[in-house]
Design a protein around this ligand. Structure first.
Ligand code: DC
Length: 222
């Protein structure tokens, strides 16, 4: 039986970085489910498939192959064997990924793929609905959160490093808008699983959050 750690939480809660570090420390395969929705979005952009073209989307879901690999400590994503790691973070993808992730047939297929990944390996999977929907019986469930203001600050720092110009106010407004969208979505709304451990990282450094989760997982694994 595989061991499954589910990490959920809103945008900017630090899920990506933390999942990667915990996975490395505990020898768990790290899976970024947001990247899977990003790959599907990129495929739709490239093939000019519109959000309401369900026949074409259904055809795409039969043909699409999404893989994740860790190469020299860098997570790589492959769409039908092509390395698309950078392309899935570009603006065009950012603009439609949330809508793509809310198309029920896309979600169904991605969830199916995610469950397959957890069949034989010990994994740590991050997303929005991992503890509530993908793996309701996960061994450990963590819900990471932070205040909208702190998440905006973190995003501002990341943007500065990448040379992206956006004001703090603009980022904060965007985060609040996305939170509301994610939490009120009729399809897989973001919410904490009843049996998830809630971690508010607003005043915690990354190392401390990682240490805390490692401790929780080790307790459970005993
Ligand atoms: O974590 P991210 O920004 O890469 O996620 C991209 C989009 O996919 C985001 O709009 C939320 C959505 N998503 C989802 O609906 N369910 C998941 N399990 C992961 C991401």
């Amino acid at each position: 039986m595989s061991f499954i750690v589910a990490i959920d939480g809103p945008a900017g809660s630090g899920k990506g970085t933390i999942t990667k570090l915990v996975g490395k420390k505990l020898n768990l395969i790290n899976i970024d489910t947001g990247a899977m929705y990003r790959c599907a979005s990129l495929y739709m952009i490239r093939n000019n498939i519109k959000l309401d073209e369900l026949d074409k989307i259904s055809e795409m879901l039969k043909n699409i192959k999404i893989e994740q690999a860790n190469i020299n400590d860098v997570d790589k994503f492959y769409l039908n064997s092509e390395d698309v790691s950078d392309m899935i973070r570009e603006k065009e993808v950012n603009e439609i990924v949330s809508q793509v992730s809310h198309i029920p047939i896309v979600r169904e297929r991605m969830v199916e793929l995610q469950r397959e990944m957890g069949k034989n390996d010990n994994i740590i999977m991050e997303g929005r609905d991992i503890g509530t929907n993908v793996f309701p019986n996960a061994d450990v469930k963590i819900y990471l959160d932070a205040s909208a203001e702190e998440r905006a600050n973190r995003r501002l720092k990341q943007n500065d490093q990448k040379g992206i110009e956006m004001s703090y106010e603009e980022i904060l407004e965007n985060i609040k808008f996305r939170d509301n969208n994610d939490k009120t979505s009729p399809v897989a709304p973001l919410k904490q699983a009843e049996d998830a451990i809630y971690l508010d990282t607003t005043h915690m450094v990354i190392e401390k959050v990682v240490e805390e989760i490692v401790k929780i997982v080790n307790e459970k694994r005993k």
